[in-house]
Design a protein around this ligand. Structure first.
Ligand code: LLP
Length: 420
């Protein structure tokens, strides 16, 4: 459930008409709903009521906006980060360092040193090489790094191949059959406090079965490690729960996910950690856009050319992803059209042969479910600059990220003197 609903024939974000935001801030613009973020944070937490000890870290990669992080931090969420930049954002948003978990296969020495200095809560170590390097850096500093070892359970999450992370040939985690050996060796390093395991098999999961299999494999590993004398106190179950992108689509609910987790992890006697991203932020945002023109196309469906493009919302171009597309002031008439942006490549297509509200030049529309992996994946391709972000709260709103025009981007570029 989200708070982007029609009132008096036009679409609102909570109590603010989207048309007002378009007028005052311009388009394209990402619009987030605070009430929706808070609702999703609460629903996800309540779904885990059956889990005695838990830590929920919002996957910052899904929406790193400082105001969004502040909202979730206030809900008691920590942060799952995958770069020094994300860590600094989480800290800047007021999330306590102890609540931060650092994942990712390519943590640099600099990032690990900074994270140690900041005293983050946990490193999810993705390889023996990384563990050894982290140990050396921590030792130099006279610090101890709390770590979980991320295992690759070799399970097909059944999602888009570009966002699947738990198959043996994906780059993530250590091979399942090598995990105990690696855990043993890393545990002997005095500057590492090996305290648990981590797993994450992919994103936008539409089926709980692969997750359950992965968790069962982690449970088996947990038992093996304990049998050989390791004290394992934490298990990070990652993120991955999918969200409906199409009106009416039904996905496993947080409650079903929570029930499965409670059942599979019963008796583990650990603090369970979670890293949800999309399920919290996805439906809490829309990309608001204006139709530039409708390009008639003979007998073929017309092209609705909107002012948002693949640089602003990359998911359709990258993954063939579906985003519902609705008029802000629907007339009741419908059309079938290709929805495209202004960028000069055919990949800049949001939808083909889409049955949607009838639209004409100047009309406003939204791409829904754009709160996760939307603004954060933007680029400035075709020198289009970066789209602003707005957070709505009841009947007020604030611009929480400014539009960055191309001039500001090229201000960081230099023409060397020797070019004349
Ligand atoms: N934890 C780890 C270690 C991850 O790699 C991810 C996502 C998450 C948590 C959060 O997963 P979520 O709950 O959001 O599914 N750009 C893609 C999604 C990439 C996800 C990468 N990892 C998209 O737009 O669909």
């Amino acid at each position: 459930m989200d708070h982007f609903e029609p009132k008096n024939g036009e679409l609102y974000a909570e109590n603010v008409p989207l048309a007002r935001i378009a007028e005052e801030v311009g388009t394209p613009v990402y619009v987030y709903s605070r009430a929706t973020l808070e609702r999703h944070a609460r629903v996800f937490r309540e779904a885990l009521d059956g889990v005695p000890r838990k830590h929920i870290a919002f996957a910052v990669k899904s929406n790193p906006n400082l105001a969004v992080l502040r909202v979730l931090g206030r809900q008691g969420y920590g942060a799952d980060v995958v770069s020094g930049g994300e860590m600094r954002r989480a800290l800047a948003a007021g999330i306590p360092a102890a609540e931060i978990v650092f994942s990712g296969v390519g943590k640099t020495a600099r990032e690990m040193a900074d994270a140690l200095d900041a005293r983050i809560g946990q490193f999810n170590v993705e390889s023996e090489e990384e563990g050894l390097e982290l140990a050396a850096i921590a030792e130099d500093k006279g610090l101890t790094a709390a770590c979980a070892l991320r295992v690759n359970p070799d399970i097909d999450a059944g999602t888009h191949e570009k966002i699947s992370t738990g198959k043996a040939d994906n780059k993530f985690g250590v091979p399942y059959d090598l995990a105990t050996g690696i855990y043993d060796r890393l545990s002997r390093l005095p500057s590492l406090q090996m305290r648990g395991l981590a797993v994450h098999i992919g994103s936008q999961l539409a089926d709980l079965a692969p997750l359950e299999q992965a968790f069962e494999k982690v449970g088996a590993l947990l038992a093996t490690l304990r049998a050989s004398g390791h004290e394992v106190t934490h298990v990070d179950l990652g993120g991955g729960l999918g969200v409906p992108y199409k009106a009416g689509e039904v996905l496993p609910s947080p409650a079903e996910y929570g029930a499965m987790v409670a059942r599979v992890t019963q008796g583990w006697n650990v603090e369970l950690m979670f890293e949800p991203g999309r399920v919290i932020a996805g439906n809490a945002g829309v990309l608001l856009t204006r139709v530039i023109r409708v390009k008639r196309n003979g007998n073929r469906p017309p092209f609705v050319v909107v002012d948002a493009a693949m640089n602003d919302l990359a998911r359709p171009a990258l993954y063939g992803a579906w985003h519902d597309f609705d008029a802000v002031r629907p007339t009741g008439e419908r059309m079938t059209a290709h929805i495209v942006g202004p960028i000069c490549e055919t990949g800049d297509t949001f939808a083909r042969d889409r049955e949607c509200d009838a639209l004409k030049a100047g009309d406003l529309a939204v791409f829904r479910t754009a709160g996760a992996y939307g603004a954060t994946m933007a680029s400035s391709y075709n020198s289009r600059g970066f789209v602003p972000e707005v957070l709505v709260d009841g009947d007020r709103y604030a611009v929480v990220a400014d539009r960055i025009p191309p001039e500001e981007i090229y201000a960081a570029e230099r023409v060397p003197e020797w070019l004349g």
